[in-house]
Design a protein. Structure first.
Length: 85
């Protein structure tokens, strides 16, 4: 038994079939999963979970290098070469 028992060519898929391309396949004549879907969605549950991941909350940190002073010069702003070191 194949791992993808419902596999079908992309051009032959109908509404209600998973359209997730199988590994190594692409284009109009490539094979897709073909598993029946719920509510005429594009992907079966397994492939929907693989393609729709919730966004992770990003951590953004900011360090203002222009606020640091070198040689007691309060108007000093570092140039790009100093920032990248």
């Amino acid at each position: 038994m194949s791992a993808y028992s419902f596999k079908t060519r992309f051009v032959e898929t109908k509404s209600g079939q998973c359209m997730y391309f199988l590994p190594g396949q692409s284009g109009m004549y490539g094979f897709v999963c073909g598993t029946p879907t719920i509510d005429d969605k594009s992907y079966c549950d397994c492939h929907h979970k693989a393609t729709h991941q919730p966004l992770k909350k990003a951590k953004i940190s900011f360090f203002d290098l222009s606020a640091a002073s070198l040689d007691n010069d309060t108007d000093y702003e570092p140039d790009l070469t100093e920032v990248l070191q």
